[in-house]
Design a protein around this ligand. Structure first.
Ligand code: SF4
Ligand code: MG
Length: 330
């Protein structure tokens, strides 16, 4: 049983706005937990901070504050510690076209992590391991696929290679950052089903980063919704998506199509006004877009309210707010 704990994670950037110094809060005080056998969806629009969180989790970006713990142990810095950590925590990126080196074969891409992490060393061991990885992601005949160059593969096949490469070190945690948003609609579910099967076979924990609530509900047992760098709602996917408690999630849910018909919006979802990371203003970050905004929403930041595992950060859910609906049910 593996647990990845994200505790009060933040990524802030200093901003210069004429003479004023401001802080861009790309990720602000985000906490959650991810366990083996579980898929958690991290949902939000473009600019909500979800990719920055994923990058901090594989240590491509250094957090400003907060901690990442693997089975209760804080992740240390230093090359060896990071390499050891990356054996356990691997990432599949959004762009299957940019993530593979066009000059190298599939075989090369898979042998590298196998060697680097000491999974296989000699020729026979490497050949067997590459064959096994390609078979697990349904790229057969494996020996033929191994000899191909990235340009000889379709987008879906490339993403399968990227998944096989991520599995090479035998990780316990897989981070998938919008793994299907750049693929043809017709193969998106195939790739997500593959990740789901690999999760069950390998008892992996999966963090599924997406802007698509429909696939989040279908593939993830729990969902965390981000808005401008902050978590606004989290809980079991069915609760969060079918009975959203936060007005922002309600807007997202109202716009989501059926899981069988993934939407054809641009890769990162539609851009709307008033979004992007927060820069340190007061009150609820959603107040300018919220159809239910009240006076208090402009003055004070709402806390999380707890309803049996379903959390929402909204004044409407705070007991005691005039007209409030109370905590979400779960
Ligand atoms: Fe809307 Fe206020 Fe809730 Fe923010 S706190 S989501 S502005 S009702
Ligand atoms: Mg992104």
């Amino acid at each position: 049983m593996t647990t990845l704990t994200v505790s009060h994670l933040s990524k802030h950037f200093p901003l210069r706005d004429g003479r004023r110094r401001r802080t861009l809060r790309a990720v602000d005080d985000v906490s959650f937990e991810l366990r083996s056998g579980q898929t958690m969806a991290l949902v939000g629009e473009s600019g909500s901070g979800k990719s920055t969180i994923a990058r901090m989790l594989v240590r491509l970006t250094r957090p400003t504050a907060g901690e990442i713990l693997l089975d209760g142990t804080p992740v240390r810095s230093g090359r060896r510690a990071v390499r050891r950590y990356r054996r356990d925590v691997q990432m599949v990126f959004q762009d299957p076209f940019g993530s593979l080196n066009p000059a190298h074969t599939v075989d090369y891409h898979l042998r590298r992590p196998l060697r680097l992490h000491g999974i296989a060393r000699d020729t026979t061991g490497l050949r067997t391991a590459v064959h096994d990885l390609l078979t697990r992601v349904n790229l057969t005949p494996a020996d033929q696929v191994a000899r191909r160059l990235p340009h000889e593969l379709s987008g879906g096949q490339r993403q399968r290679v990227a998944i096989a490469r991520a599995l090479a070190p035998r990780p316990r945690i897989l981070l998938a950052d919008e793994p299907v948003s750049m693929l043809d609609v017709s193969i998106r579910l195939e790739i997500l089903n593959l990740v789901d099967r690999l999760k069950r076979e390998g008892d992996l924990a999966v963090l599924y980063v997406t802007h698509d609530l429909a696939t989040a509900r279908y593939f993830a047992s729990s969902t965390t919704v981000l808005y401008r760098g902050q978590v606004v709602e989290s809980g079991p996917s069915d609760e969060v998506i079918l009975r959203p408690a936060h007005p922002y999630t309600q807007l997202l849910a109202a716009a989501a199509p059926d899981p069988g018909r993934p939407r054809t919006a641009p890769p990162d979802g539609p851009r709307r006004g008033g979004q992007g990371p927060a820069t340190g203003d007061t009150g609820c970050l959603f107040r300018d877009r919220c159809p239910a905004a009240m006076e208090i929403c402009r003055q004070e930041v709402p806390e999380f309210t707890v309803g049996a595992g379903h959390l929402a950060r909204c004044w409407l859910r705070q007991p005691g707010t005039p007209g409030a609906a109370g905590p979400p049910t779960a």
